[in-house]
Design a protein. Structure first.
Length: 420
């Protein structure tokens, strides 16, 4: 399936002496500031696992699959630099972001794979490189804004084509995004999305593919907050003659209510195409905070279908029940599946610690139990650190179509990110 389907300072100085105003030399010409805002981040991302049944490195059984061994570990060092100017000329703005990845020689003694690549899937070909991850122009008139070019798309407004942040860097889209807020408490978003790279394990981030041959995928989203504490969002995607001579239509809705003491939300929709088995999915969640502990419960159901649930630029989906397993093996667990997630989190040890337990029953997995534990903290105002552990145990999984196997696996992830 294709991955388819949006900164003069002017100063004058006078010296006061004995009540007299003594003129000084004429001030220097004002320094003209360009108006560009510069920022960026540097990342070190490391992951290791002991799996022999999840194809995280493109092979079924690594030579050495023990935790922290070279054969079972992957890493990337990344650097991003971005520049944004909201008014370059006559109200026209622009933005650019360049991204680079390297292994810093870790492939010689510590790792055998990368989390994201820049050319191909073999570590011999992906040691270093870069790409233009964002390049766009903006323009606004009254309550309407336009953004055209390579950019990030948010999940809240584009549920089936959005930028994921779980990996080293986010995936981006070549698209045209139009936003209007003329209607009170309402945001209308239109998008023409025609190319994208795809986030994922050792995904080639330089590779931007057409989403629908020579055409594109169109999206229309409406979000309304007229009712206090209630956010309603509805999206429609359309792909003309997608994959075949028939059209693709995706309808998705979300209703989220924040009552202060608790939050609740429901979601649902369908992926429809005459040549596939339609995907129908539903989700619900509820959460509360008690004595500084955040608690949550979520459920999702996906019918037996061709596409299942997906993000057209990554491995997760819009469902409330996303876990680390979704990041690692894409939507494998979201075909003909019921998934339950219980979560808890609190602030401790100078950061936040959260844990989840998830149970999945699907046609790909007779049953899967998952436990995720994540600790995140800010070591400084600019430097953040996150540590994650995940345990998966499944009865049946067949990712390579070469026979079903079962087993368990441990995953450990460490990420340091410096923002400047």
């Amino acid at each position: 399936m294709k991955k388819i389907v949006l900164l003069s300072v002017v100063a004058s100085t006078m010296i006061m002496a004995g009540g007299d105003i003594v003129p000084v030399a004429a001030p220097a010409a004002p320094v003209e500031v360009s108006g560009w805002d510069f920022s960026g981040n540097a990342v070190v991302f490391y992951q290791t696992d002991d799996t022999t049944w999840i194809t995280s490195r493109g092979v079924t059984s690594p030579v050495d699959n023990s935790l922290f061994s070279q054969g079972a570990s992957a890493a990337d060092a990344g650097f991003q630099l971005r520049a944004v100017n909201k008014d370059v000329f006559a109200g026209i703005g622009a933005g650019m972001e360049v991204s680079g990845l390297a292994t810093l020689g870790l492939e010689n003694w510590m790792v055998s794979d990368v989390m994201q690549s820049v050319d191909g899937t073999s570590i011999d070909n992906v040691i270093s490189g870069g790409w233009i991850s964002q390049l766009y122009v903006t323009y606004g008139v009254n309550n309407t804004s336009l953004k055209a070019g390579r950019q990030e798309l948010p999940q809240s407004l584009s549920p089936f084509a959005y930028s994921e942040d779980w990996n080293v860097f986010k995936n981006t889209f070549d698209s045209v995004l139009l936003v209007n807020t003329d209607i009170p408490d309402t945001t209308l978003v239109g998008a023409y999305v025609y190319r994208a790279n795809a986030n994922g394990m050792h995904a080639n981030m330089q590779d931007f593919n057409n989403l629908n041959d020579q055409d594109a995928v169109y999206m229309l989203t409406a979000q309304n907050k007229s009712i206090t504490n209630l956010t309603l969002t509805g999206s429609w995607y359309y792909g003309s003659e997608y994959l075949t001579t028939n059209d693709l239509n995706i309808l998705w809705g979300d209703a989220a209510y924040d009552a202060g003491m608790f939050t609740a939300a429901i979601q649902g929709g369908a992926v429809m195409h005459d040549d596939i088995d339609d995907t129908k999915a539903f989700g619900a969640k509820i959460g509360t905070t008690m004595s500084d502990i955040t608690l949550g419960l979520a459920y999702s159901n996906v019918n037996d279908s061709t596409f299942g649930m997906f993000n057209l630029g990554g491995t997760t989906s819009v469902l409330y029940t996303n876990t680390v397993a979704n990041q690692l093996v894409a939507n494998t667990f979201e075909f003909d599946a019921d998934k339950f997630v219980v979560s808890a989190g609190t602030n401790v040890l100078g950061g936040n610690i959260s844990g989840i337990y998830a149970y999945t029953d699907s046609s790909y997995t007779d049953s899967t139990n998952e436990f995720d534990l994540v600790y995140a903290t800010n070591l400084t105002s600019s430097l953040g650190l996150s540590l994650a552990y995940a345990y998966l145990d499944t009865d049946v999984v067949d990712l390579d179509n070469d026979g079903a196997v079962g087993g368990s696996a441990n995953f450990i992830r460490a990420v340091a990110r410096y923002n400047f």
